[in-house]
Write a protein that binds this ligand. Structure first.
Ligand code: AHR
Length: 528
């Protein structure tokens, strides 16, 4: 390993705002992600509010989940929303064809999801069924969620217990349309997507587009050019088109080309989705615990690939959209490991170790560095599935290392990125060479300068001296997350094996000296 050098934060050169939605979550009807993980039912002995488990709600409130994507995933393109509304006793039972043929009781539907989102204080990202559904079905769903009286859709929602229209911040126009959502070529998808973008309206008056003065836009309208003269609608629903699988550029090209040629009065999108998972050796093969340093380093190496994937798609988007109207939305990412022994493999239940927490921090740092283009991400998934925040088993609940990283990163929500320069040093194992240290800095909404410092090296600490141009700091206060081993996990029996501990450091002569423990994530704020 090579020693890292000093870190300089340029507090006087603020960059992009790190959109809080970068810290978003994803909750699919998959395995125990919804049933058991979120929904236990109103009659359950597990404490709940209207069927939604209270321990999970309290834990999610603490990480200030900004947005949740629902109901899938692959599930979304086979989901029919009418199955999940109305009196519970009358709801149909269906089969979750994507995920182990599990019985879908539909007891958790639209109103239950919106209740859950409200209980945790999160915005809703609804993924409509583009693959096997119709434009009419999606349009009716949005009417059910957002219409107001005297519309019949609003009356139906009111009869189901919710008079006020819901807010739908994001609308997903299909999922993985090159795979489980289709499969469609980019061109085929664009034709389909444009009709959904055009006909699926949000009727919530708080989100409605401002009235258009046609005399103002007439010139642009007649010229057929994109209409910069259209009034903006900051509170409007944002439409997210399906996008690429990892580094495959074809969807990005085709969708962005169509976007550039659009007439935004007829259809528009605000984001294009990107899915990229970290598999380790092979999908479904990398053990969640009981692995060695080589496997640890391999997963972190693949985590770094997110940067080049985002860079690649951003470059294509820059060609068509230099003003960055369309966001790159990484609405599925995370470490996808071997299912835990004895569990149904298509329930995607895995052990989540310190390594995965470190990978989460590295990914969040990559997204923050690309904050001008990446404005939402949704880790897969929130509870009991893949790189989950929380695992449950009956009444028991445990928080994963990734949960703790999300909690430590709360101050970075809507913070302003500050440039950092530093010599990252090197951490080598076998043929793999990684930076020893990864770091970001930002000015939080509290006005303070926050640093996140990751020491990837499991064998030696990293001494980092930090100076902050434009800020005089006397100390740093925060938390550090580490554990005895890279594969340490939290279990129901030992829930605090990987848990953050307080850290403080003093500055002298304008320089702050921090020692980062091996294999750790440190988040501190500078105190004047
Ligand atoms: O997150 C699990 C699955 O991974 C999603 O349903 C799908 O979109 C992706 O392939």
């Amino acid at each position: 390993a090579t020693a890292p050098g000093g870190l300089v934060v340029q507090a006087d050169k603020p960059g992009a705002v790190i959109n809080r939605d970068i810290f978003g979550q994803f909750a699919e009807h998959l395995g125990l992600g919804i049933y058991d993980g979120v929904w236990v039912g109103k009659g359950s002995r597990i404490p709940n509010v209207r069927g939604i488990r209270s321990d999970v709600v309290a834990a999610l409130k603490a990480i200030k989940v900004p947005v949740v994507r629902w109901p899938g995933g692959c599930f979304a393109d086979e989901y029919h929303w009418r199955d999940g509304i109305g009196p519970a006793a009358k709801r149909v039972t269906t089969v979750n064809t994507n995920w182990a043929g599990a019985i879908e009781p539909n007891t958790f539907g639209t109103d239950e999801f919106m209740d859950f989102a409200a209980q945790i204080g999160s915005e809703a990202y609804i993924s409509v069924n583009v693959g096997s559904g119709t434009v009419q079905e999606a349009s009716d769903w949005l009417a059910y969620m957002t219409a107001v009286a005297p519309s019949s859709a609003a009356a139906e929602r009111a009869a189901n217990g919710h008079k006020a229209p819901y807010k739908v911040k994001y609308l997903g126009l299909g999922n993985e349309m090159w795979g489980c959502g289709g499969p469609y070529t980019g061109e085929e998808y664009v034709t389909k997507m444009k009709t959904f973008a055009h006909f699926v309206h949000n009727q919530n008056p708080d989100q409605a587009p401002p009235k258009i003065d046609y005399s103002v836009i007439a010139k642009d309208l007649m010229s057929g050019k994109p209409m910069d003269s259209l009034p903006s609608n900051p509170n409007g629903m944002k439409r997210i088109a399906a996008g690429p699988n990892s580094s495959d550029a074809s969807y990005t090209e085709v969708v962005m080309k169509a976007w550039k040629a659009r007439s935004p009065i007829y259809w528009d999108i605000d984001g294009i989705s990107l899915h990229q998972y970290t598999w380790g050796s092979l999908p479904f093969n990398e053990p969640g615990t009981g692995f060695g340093e080589k496997e640890y380093a391999n997963v972190l190496m693949q985590t770094q690939w997110m940067d080049r994937t985002v860079t690649k798609h951003s470059a294509i988007m820059d060609k068509y959209d230099p003003k960055k109207h369309v966001a790159l939305v990484v609405d599925e990412w995370g470490v996808w490991l071997k299912p835990r022994a004895g569990t149904e493999s298509l329930f995607l239940i895995q052990d989540s170790s310190l390594r995965d927490g470190i990978a989460a921090a590295m990914n969040l740092n990559i997204f923050a560095r690309h904050a001008d283009r990446v404005r939402m991400t949704n880790i897969a998934q929130m509870v009991n599935v893949l790189q989950a925040m929380i695992m449950t088993e009956g009444p028991k609940m445990v928080l994963t290392p990734t949960y703790h990283v999300y909690k430590m990163y709360v101050p970075f929500q809507d913070a302003t990125l500050l440039p950092v320069t530093f010599n990252a040093g090197e951490y080598k194992v076998g043929t793999i060479t990684l930076p020893k240290v990864d770091a970001i800095a930002a000015r939080g909404k509290d006005g303070k300068v926050w640093l996140s410092l990751v020491n990837l090296d499991p064998n030696s600490p990293a001494d980092i001296s930090t100076s902050v141009a434009g800020v005089s700091a006397t100390s740093a206060v925060g938390e550090v997350l580490t554990a005895p081993r890279v594969d340490s996990i939290n279990s129901f029996a030992a829930p605090d094996t990987v848990t953050p501990r307080p850290v403080t450091a003093r500055a002298s002569g304008g320089t702050l000296k921090l020692t980062l423990p091996p294999k750790s994530v440190t988040v501190v704020r500078l105190e004047p």
